[in-house]
Design a protein around this ligand. Sequence first.
Ligand SMILES: O=C(O)[C@H](O)COP(=O)(O)O
Ligand SMILES: [Mn+2]
Ligand SMILES: [Mn+2]
Length: 561
Amino acid sequence: MGSAGDAFKLKAHPKLPKDKIIALVVLDGWGEATPDQYNCIHVAETPTMDSLKQGAPDRWRLVKAHGKAVGLPTDDDMGNSEVGHNALGAGRIYAQGAQLVDQALESGKIYDGEGFNYIKQSFATNTLHLIGLMSDGGVHSRLDQVQLLLKGAAEHGAKKIRVHVLTDGRDVLDGSSVGFAETLENDLAKLREKGIDAQVASGGGRMYVSMDRYENDWGVIKRGWDAQVLGEAPHKFKNVVEAIKTLREEQQPKADDQFLPPFVIVDEQGKAVGPVVDGDAVVTFNFRADRMVMLAKALEYEDFDKFDRVRFPKIRYAGMLQYDGELKLPSHYLVSPPEIERTSGEFLVHNGVRTFACSETVKFGHVTFFWNGNRSGYFKEDMEEYVEIPSDSGISFNVKPKMKALEIGEKARDAILSRKFHQIRVNIPNSDMVGHTGDIEATVVSCKAADEAVKMIFDAIEQVGGIYVVTADHGNAEDMVKRNKKGEPQLDKNGNIQILTSHTLQPVPIAIGGPGLAPGVRFRKDLPGGGLANVAATVMNLHGLEAPSDYEPSLIEVVDN
Ligand SMILES: O=C(O)[C@H](O)COP(=O)(O)O
Ligand SMILES: [Mn+2]
Ligand SMILES: [Mn+2]
């Protein structure tokens, strides 16, 4: 009888040795683009990352990090951390949440599923609440899916619907939330014409209300809870468009879409139109997991001590997807998530590869939870150590653009020098987190800090005779301006350039090196279309192992010198 681990045994690589110490560095939001003044990576002093380019084509190349290469519906979809780290860790391309929800809506299967049937039981007597990110960013949610869901829910018996919106400005241009709110209002008006009592009930900016992640700041979830569930917020308006316009103009200090304060919509008597009460149904319509897990816990867990909920209504709650496969959270969901199994992390621990993973809070789950296929916890506790460095909370990261890069570098260095681990995996968040603020100067500083952290890790790898693999999960800081079809910066109606706070469609670099890298190792020339999903097999090879046959092929070959 074999043990459970036997199913994970991998063959030894015919040419590459085991037991090398490998640093696997993911620079978050670090793409490759035209070197101009809006390319913060180009503008910043980044000698370490720059020097790697000289290794091209054998030890430096580009890989795809967006669209179909990472399981998104189309090649117009920019990459993001969830799909990027899923692909990096799983070594295969899965149809991701965005696509699965599209399919379920198009076929109508979403309305036959367990999740919808569960919430439907509330429709005859109670309200259906939809909570989520209102944009067409396609990273956490998409407004066209919400529009279909509204229509479908009405057709399937929902009589009273309340939408709780979170404004974006991070995956889409700042200021675009007004247009999305108008679109939504139009749809709700059409439902009202059909006799359905449908309205927006509350709102707030995603980074200030409801969409925190990895437990960095429960205050964010509480602000959302107060507005959405209790119907209480510092700002009250008659409708959502007026709310967003007014708050954008009048809020001091100035608030953009990402940081709008919470508001509720009130009736003529000043009463909130849509608090959540016993018997109601609630759907969180984001398909992406990380920024919904905390809210899902607040909505679902009877035992909960993260903040005072004041009231804990008995509701029927479903996520658009199940957000955490290990916690089975939430227990009801409208669409089944991608079944990401047999990830590289699980294989490696069953093949003697001791693993260390580290980032700061805001990206900690990227190199653990996302890396392991949206699964929290360890595969084998005695083989793994995950270290989280607390992030600053309650600030926008342009204020502290170095973030915890050097602390991450130090932790990785110590783990490398301890020689206790074979794989030291880190995510360095700076170029992404500061890129999202749209502050070009701060983003330049952030890229420099990330480069310094990489240097610390390389120095340690040098000392232990190890190998490094450096890559990124998608682009961001390499292009900070919205461009027209010719690639020129696009101007708004006042003649100002339109700052791009979002990710990009750019490819990302991957570089290999270090004293432990066998001399004959080089990137293959026959995989020009390679993407992030090819990295897992590559890393397995460098650990001296053959990758499973269903993994996307390794990017490297070993030639006799
Ligand atoms: O959640 C976010 O911060 C953005 O929507 C996407 O950024 P990420 O994919 O890099 O986390
Ligand atoms: Mn990312
Ligand atoms: Mn990002």
